[in-house]
Design a protein around this ligand. Structure first.
Ligand code: GAP
Length: 433
């Protein structure tokens, strides 16, 4: 049974995963802050993506490009002319809506009146600001709406300095900004969000083969991190859904509480972007193949995922409720690599001897794991809190520990407990992580 939306939003707030931004001022709509647990979970999601896309591969390197780029980047990429959604305004209640997302295009979802919409107008989603102290059109710049263009404009820099030969990829994680008309569903669609994108450059005749490769590799990444197979699917875009740059796109979709929706887009961007930037900048961005003596624009396969959206999906997917000995137990069954706290260290009481040993145990493992020491409340309540935030192991220091130098390790999923020597704890955990 999938978890309902409000349950996970409430858990996020209650346990410190995600807070409404600017809450003390009444909150800023669609902006969120990641709390102590949320920031760890989000970092772990990004870390796992980087690990699989960059560190484990010889053919992909990383990049961190600027958020504010030359406005010419967005002229060339087509975002200034085409990155827009159709917007209608209700003449009765003055609310604005995305026409393509309305359930009934003739009825306002806010006031319920029919046939009150204005003609649809294209609304550009890019945030504008000004560079420097003068607000003129010449100083206008944009906050990037995707990380991808920072990669395309650095294609030649990266190729030259890394000496990579086709096929190769450039990966980037970072913030993007879109003035979404209808943000919502918690952190699913926000105006400021984080993306994890990789542009994979290949010979044009190999693009289909790499497209299929990345579809499968990306789907598998979610499964390897514990997402349930029935929560995921690949869906091909219809021709009228394709972005202006794309020859073919599949979405990795997740079964959210409101239905199937996009987690990641995998697009065949052909040579659209390199060609466009070569034209706009006057620089030759073709690739020279020394073996065949050819010069050509590589084609690009792009797996583009949302870090914040994916983090939300992992939270939803991990949530479970069960009854144990007549008591309800909430467990976040997060993969051990994603869990914000990996090991909780819990003294049975606040007695100084026990707290001192607790510190010693924590120091033994803190370099290798995200740990938390929790000394408050009964041990049962502390176990329940750790289950609810997804901590895979709890290490309990009890009165016997002082004599036998052993601790009890409790497994989140099975609730089985092992009694092991403190010295053996690093090895015991290493085997399990
Ligand atoms: N470079 C291609 C590109 O940006 P996209 O499908 O528009 O493609 C990629 O975005 C991913 O970024 C989406 O699948 C989604 O996970 C995430 N994303 C896009 N807009 C978002 C928003 N407003 N809020 C949160 N995540 C968003």
């Amino acid at each position: 049974m999938p978890v309902d939306f409000d349950t996970i939003v409430n858990l996020s707030k209650k346990r410190g995963f995600v807070f409404q931004s600017s809450e003390i001022y009444g909150g800023l709509r669609s902006a969120y802050d990641y709390g102590p647990l949320g920031v760890e979970l989000l970092r772990n999601v990004k870390e796992q993506w980087w690990q699989s896309m960059v560190r484990m591969r010889d053919d992909v390197v990383g990049l961190d490009s600027a958020i504010i780029q030359s406005p010419q980047v967005w002229e060339a990429s087509g975002h200034v002319s085409s990155f827009s959604d159709p917007l209608v305004e209700c003449t009765n209640c003055n609310t604005r809506h995305r026409l393509d997302k309305l359930e009934d295009p003739s009825q306002c979802p806010v006031c319920g009146k029919r046939d009150t919409f204005t003609e649809a107008k294209d609304f550009n989603l890019m945030f504008e600001t000004h560079m420097g102290p003068v607000d003129t059109d010449e100083n206008k710049v944009y906050l990037r709406p995707e990380t991808a263009q920072g990669i395309f404009i650095n294609f030649e820099n990266v190729r030259r300095t890394s000496r990579l030969k086709l096929p190769f990829g450039i990966a980037q994680i970072g913030k993007s900004f879109r003035n979404e008309i209808t943000p919502g569903q918690f952190v699913f669609r926000t105006r400021e969000f984080e993306q994890m994108e990789m542009e994979f450059f290949c010979r044009p005749e190999e693009s289909q083969q790499w497209f299929e490769y990345w579809l499968e590799a990306r789907r598998q990444w979610y499964l390897d991190l514990g997402m349930k197979p029935e929560s995921l699917r690949l869906r091909e875009h219809e021709s009228d859904e394709l972005s202006h740059y794309s020859a073919a796109t599949y979405d990795v979709e997740y079964h959210f509480p409101w239905g199937w929706d996009e987690l990641e887009g995998i697009a065949n961007r052909t040579d659209f972007d390199l060609r466009a930037h070569a034209e706009e900048s006057g620089k030759d961005l073709r690739y020279y193949d020394q073996e065949t003596n050819e010069r050509f624009f590589p084609h690009v396969i792009e797996p583009a995922a949302g870090a914040t959206r994916t983090t939300f999906a992992f939270l939803l997917d991990a949530y479970s409720e069960e009854t144990v000995d007549g008591e309800e137990r909430i467990v976040l069954r997060l993969d051990k690599r994603l869990a914000p706290i990996q090991v909780a260290v819990l003294p049975l009481s606040k007695k100084p001897d026990l707290v001192e040993t607790t510190q010693k145990v924590a120091d033994l493992i803190r370099e290798d794991y995200d740990i938390e020491i929790d000394v408050t409340q009964s041990i049962g309540r502390r176990y329940r809190r750790q289950d609810e935030i997804g901590t895979p192991y709890c290490v309990t220091i009890d009165f016997d520990t002082l004599d036998d130098q052993q601790v009890t390790v409790r497994d989140r999923d099975t609730m089985a407990q092992d009694r092991i020597a403190i010295d053996a704890l690093p090895g015991y955990l290493a085997e399990r992580f």
